[in-house]
Design a protein around this ligand. Structure first.
Ligand code: SAH
Length: 271
């Protein structure tokens, strides 16, 4: 998968993708990240990417021309089957190989977008090529949203100063879903949201720490009982913290039975 990020802070993205799973995903060849400095598509002496809004009001708005040019240049590079334009900050561009069959999906990071969830991460991880536009200041000229962007993504109901952190959040969530990026021990299958539930609690050694013991069932070696306990904890946790998730979760008959037990007799069921 290829992801191109258009930003006025390329170093921010470069730094963010240089660690942990994002780094590993690139080393394994599962992910190629292209970082593009928006200023490379400006034509004025000051290399301005923003301008005053029409109408009264404070704050600056990101100009349409550099953003359109950046995305179009990346797109044409993609359709030519290789590089993503000479303005790329680093030559991380996939060398050779067949051109992506599907056109890139252009994402705009904005607090007004659809909420980024694990389900959206799974959808985006299926794509071959994403182009992420990071906004700044008051946001971007509306014509970018209307005529350039395929999907608007918000990482939550709060306002950040720029789209770089949201872009890294999206990149991180996607990278760990790409085939062979996570090892078996970090499986992305059995975790929070994967089935619409929060995950069960984890424990590691020592079995007793400051007189707090690990639940006995986990020390029992009885796999079926441990699986049942985990499912129960997962349901209980979701009921406690995120009852909204339960409405859409995929529950088996046994899950419903466990859930009824938790609701009937919380204390008993929770030990
Ligand atoms: N005035 C705008 C907010 C601009 S915040 C409004 O009220 O909608 C500046 C930039 O930061 C945005 O263009 C966007 O790219 C990014 N940003 C801020 N909060 C975000 C969020 N929750 N999710 C995604 N991007 C966000």
């Amino acid at each position: 998968m290829r992801v191109d990020v258009v930003t006025v802070f390329p170093d921010f993205i470069e730094a963010g993708v240089g660690f942990s799973i994002l780094k590993r995903a690139q080393e394994k060849g599962a992910l190629t990240v292209g970082v593009h400095n928006l200023r490379d598509w400006t034509h004025d002496r000051h290399r301005s990417t923003d301008d005053e809004p029409f109408g009264p009001g404070a704050g600056m708005v990101m100009k349409p021309e550099p953003v359109f040019e950046a995305v179009e240049s990346i797109r044409s590079g993609a359709s030519a089957g290789g590089g993503a334009g000479e303005a790329s900050a680093e030559p991380r561009i996939g060398s050779g190989g067949p051109p992506p069959a599907r056109p890139p999906v252009v994402l705009l990071m904005t607090p007004q977008g659809e909420l980024f969830t694990q389900a959206v991460a799974h959808e985006l991880a299926e794509e071959e090529h994403l182009i992420i536009i990071c906004g700044h200041y008051e946001g971007v000229d509306e014509r970018i949203r209307e005529h350039l962007v395929d999907r608007e993504i918000s990482i939550g109901d709060y306002v950040l100063t720029g789209g770089e952190l949201p872009a890294l959040v999206v990149l991180d969530a996607i990278a760990r879903l790409l085939p062979e990026v996570l090892g078996a021990e970090e499986s992305a299958l059995e975790e929070s949201f994967s089935e619409g539930l929060l995950e069960y609690p984890h424990y590691t050694r020592p079995a007793e720490f400051r007189r707090w013991r690990v639940p006995e069932v986990l020390l029992s070696g009885h796999h079926a009982e441990i699986a049942r306990w985990r499912r129960m904890k997962s349901l209980e946790r979701t009921l406690d913290r995120r009852p909204d998730l339960l409405r859409q979760a995929r529950l088996s008959d046994e899950d419903r039975e466990l859930l009824r037990a938790v609701m009937r007799d919380p204390d008993n069921a929770r030990t």
